[in-house]
Design a protein around this ligand. Sequence first.
Ligand SMILES: Cc1ncc(COP(=O)(O)O)c(C=O)c1O
Length: 402
Amino acid sequence: MNDSRKAVFTDRIASDRGTARDAAARALKMRLETIAVHAGAEIDSTTGALAPPLHLSTTFEHGPAGEAIHEFLYIREKNPTQSRLEAALRDLEGGAAALVFSSGMAAAAALLQTLTPASHVVFSDDIYIDVRNLVRDFLPMWRVESTKEDLQDLQVLEAAIRPNTKLVWIETPSNPLMKVLDISAIADIAHQAGAQLVVDNTFASPILQRPLALGADVVLHSTTKYCGGHSDVQGGCLVVKNRELLDKLFHVRDILGAVASPFNSWLILRGLRSLPLPCRMERHSENAAVVAAALSVSPRVEAVYYPGLRSHRGHEVARRQMNQFGGMLSFLVRGGREEALRVASCVKLFVNATSLGGVESLIEHRASSEGKASNAPQNLLRLSVGLEHPDDLVEDLMQALG
Ligand SMILES: Cc1ncc(COP(=O)(O)O)c(C=O)c1O
């Protein structure tokens, strides 16, 4: 490379970094709606493009001795489209940094892989089935100890803590029982024991709940869900407060390779732009509230699990720590498994499908989809309430319930 080209490139990198830093500093003072639109959205310095460029290059020019003259070297380490998504997620969750992964499970596994043998983790009992399967099938091989408890009761957590407890891992609201856990209180207990708290914030999204501000140390997302928002992309992320943990996670991701692809990063970044309250999350929450209210007065329904209902055990905690109650809910059909399956087979608008957080409404018999390891009641149906008109959704469920 001749020296004049190098100088131009070096200047451009310096100014790009400056812009990103300034944007991050500004973002801290901005409201979530504004952050969602502007974080990671620096204008492309070579073309002036407002929409983020999709950089597919796997490799980047470096200096003769491998100097990273353009910041990037190799796609698995980091790439420009992915860095923009990380900036956006970092600012939305209010963390020090974010790392994005090829899936939510890859993010979960990476976090557990930072633990040394003989560490102990306390998990809340109602967590995503494949995280439970990861704990069952892999932690013993990695010599990491684990305990699974119902952490709605804080005394249970205090009793579960051991001298070697390094992490407390919770999901709130939880999948599929919609348990609400008190993030601040759990963070205090974890910290007193010298452990860190990780919150899987997938169901709430950063728009409805910001665990780091409530005391958590790490936030996990399956960005496949609300962050992507259109059921067309898979991804995961970890947002951290702590640089030491970031370095460990970066090493795990780089060496084990479960990094997000540029195209997936680009799609998720696009999804994030419309996530805030006046758009998607508000509508998901409002629709779910209407559906939950209708189900809770149906004689065919035994119970409705939605944190927005006053009758929900975690309602007061949810009011304190969430902006709205989200688009996920579960309900128990009177008449057991067969009746629940019948209802699921009679819906016309809801689609029988797994996953959540897309624009379309989904229904799922969780016990069937989770398989043998499932804790879900046999008459439980989980709903991911989409962005359709709520009256159409209620009518569909009512005709299916009969
Ligand atoms: C709460 C929660 N966490 C993590 C995951 C895993 O994410 P992914 O499917 O992107 O690996 C899921 C997937 O459904 C989930 O619902």
